[in-house]
Design a binder for this molecule. Structure first.
Ligand SMILES: [Zn+2]
Length: 285
């Protein structure tokens, strides 16, 4: 899966660090990232290449001994956020849609990029206090933004969500999303609501999206999925009662039962959804 970057090691411990000349700098502009390609592999700029700009930086994480930082810019005037051009341009670099991180090489560089983008979104959305409107400051001991006015503390936001493999004997339910760029078959998925357990999310989402009851809910694995700011939790469960599908056409374009032998997808080594489908196909679940 996307987070499996072995033998590289992702170090997530917070550090109050400043970038050195050859540390990697992630520069985002909306949903794009500043990159260049070297021998077909993604490269991010290092600090020395950005010396002409007066930027501030947040330490993000390290992979092995390489540190990654986020470049921060002055505030964009209200109302103009959509039209502003990128604040940074570098020769040889282009801004690419962050969806390249699903397939780009190297795997650890792509994982660093999408994880950084999740943090970028959080920093960008919390420049000002939601309670009193003052400018937030970054804490020096942990990843937290602090309001010097009302002492409001804001921690990184992760949205829990479930992926559900509904099993009916030798068949599994696969579906396609309505109105999304991802057009392959997937499993039922949805965000956990406030006040419910992950198992209750499974039952509610399955009922809402395909009108089915499920039982024997069993946990499989989880995965950080920064594309949607989520922690995905995968569950298999068994159909309970009628197998007649009632489709929620706002969420899904189609949903159907597939026998193990009818599944013609390969593991993409990226998504938990795909791994679960492949495990079922191989008869493991
Ligand atoms: Zn405040």
């Amino acid at each position: 899966m996307i987070q499996d970057i072995s033998p590289k090691i992702y170090h997530n411990e917070f550090k109050d660090a400043r970038p050195a000349d050859h540390d990697f700098i992630l520069v985002f502009h909306k949903n794009t990232v500043l990159v260049r390609y070297q021998d077909g592999k993604l490269r991010y700029p290092v600090l020395t290449e950005l010396k002409a700009y007066s930027l501030t930086y947040h330490y993000l994480f390290s992979i092995d001994n390489y540190k990654y930082f986020l470049a921060c810019f002055p505030c964009v005037p209200a109302g103009n956020a959509g039209e502003n051009p990128p604040a940074v341009t570098l020769p040889g670099y282009t801004y690419e849609d962050v969806r390249i991180f699903r397939t780009a090489d190297s795997r650890h560089t792509a994982f660093a990029g999408i994880t950084a983008h999740h943090l970028f979104g959080w920093y960008q959305s919390n420049r000002f206090c939601g309670r009193c409107g003052r400018e937030m400051t970054a804490d020096h001991r942990e990843r937290m933004l602090f309001c010097p006015g009302c002492r409001n503390m804001v921690y990184p936001r992760i949205s829990p969500a479930v992926i559900v493999g509904i099993v009916n004997g030798d068949k599994i339910l696969m579906s396609k999303y309505a109105g999304r760029p991802y057009t392959n078959y997937a499993l039922i998925a949805g965000f956990t609501e406030i006040g419910e357990s992950a198992e209750q999310t499974v039952q509610r989402e399955v009922m809402e999206e395909v009108g089915l009851k499920v039982k024997n809910i069993r946990y499989y694995k989880s995965q950080p999925w920064a594309f949607s700011g989520s922690l995905l939790m995968g569950f298999f469960c068994d159909l309970d009662g009628s197998d007649e599908i009632t489709l929620d056409a706002d969420e899904l374009s189609e949903a159907a039962w597939f026998h193990r032998d009818e599944i013609n997808l390969e593991d993409d080594h990226i998504s938990l959804t795909r791994e679960m489908i492949i495990k079922f196909k191989e008869g493991v679940w």
